[in-house]
Design a protein around this ligand. Structure first.
Ligand code: ATP
Ligand code: MG
Length: 242
């Protein structure tokens, strides 16, 4: 997997980022890049800082120091709605779909910064995710876990992003469904979306990503192509049980 042709053009550039929550230094000197057309995965145990990176990129957390650039523009500490309008969307940990709202209304939430063309965008996501089209009037709480994850991804697409950040999409899903979700991400990537993914399902994530970064306690420990990381003896010991 990960066959999509990538470019050398950087779409997301994080330099020397530091973020804290009160006394907790959640991110320390984090630097990473995602090129246009890439799937890049953040690997790390609980509390490593994966969600903190994603939420900070989206403008949810205040940056202590460092910079975040998206498509060459500095977005450090910019408001989340502005960042979303510039072409980035977060598929949050735990999916964040609203159980009592219908599939359609959840999707419209993704488009709320720009309702223009929502009918076309809705048609596009229903053609990509036929199961959601079949269930469009159902409340999201009646969907299976895998369908809810699809809805969360589809909602992101409703904002017409260039890049999506997908935080631990496989959590709580059966292995077969996890494969489906990763296939969807690879398909979206082949349609041109750049993707920053976070995962504890290291083997499968590296199989679909182009490159990865390994995090531990708020720092980047190691980075490389997926192949390099899959062959790295420490990664194999720590994350692949080999
Ligand atoms: N709102 C918060 N207030 C205080 N500390 C926080 C907050 N959110 C995260 N942290 C702390 O920041 C560090 C990084 O957490 P983060 O959620 O980014 O890790 P993660 O890699 O996403 O973990 P997980 O795999 O469990 O989702 C942890 O030490 C965590 O306890
Ligand atoms: Mg997390």
């Amino acid at each position: 997997m990960g066959q999509n042709k990538t470019s050398d053009k950087v779409i997301l550039e994080i330099d020397n980022l530091a973020v804290s929550y009160g006394h907790v230094n959640a991110l320390k000197d984090v630097s990473l890049t995602v090129n246009e057309g890439e799937i890049v995965v953040l690997i790390g145990a609980n509390g490593a800082g994966k969600t903190s990176i994603m939420e900070t990129v989206l403008g949810v957390n205040q940056v202590d120091s460092g910079t975040i650039k998206f498509q060459g523009k500095d977005i450090t500490n910019k408001p989340a709605d502005k960042i979303v309008r510039s072409g980035m969307f977060l598929v949050p940990e735990g999916r964040g779909v609203f159980s009592s709202m219908s599939v359609t209304d959840n999707l419209l939430l993704g488009a709320h910064h720009n309702l223009k063309g929502s009918k076309e965008k809705m048609d596009y996501v229903f053609s990509s995710f036929p199961i959601l089209g079949e269930r469009k009037d159902q409340v999201a709480g009646t969907l299976s876990g895998g369908e809810r994850q699809m809805l969360a991804i589809a909602r992101a697409l409703m904002s017409s992003p260039k890049m999506i950040l997908v935080d631990e999409p496989s959590i709580g899903l059966a292995p077969k469904i996890v494969n489906d979700i990763f296939e969807i991400l690879v398909q979206l990537n082949s349609e041109g979306y750049s993707i920053l993914l976070s995962e504890q399902n290291v083997y499968k994530a590296l199989k679909c990503a182009h490159r990865g970064y390994v995090m531990e306690t708020g720092k980047i420990l190691l980075s490389g192509t997926s192949e390099e990381l899959l062959n790295n003896s420490e990664i194999r010991k720590a994350y692949l049980g080999a």
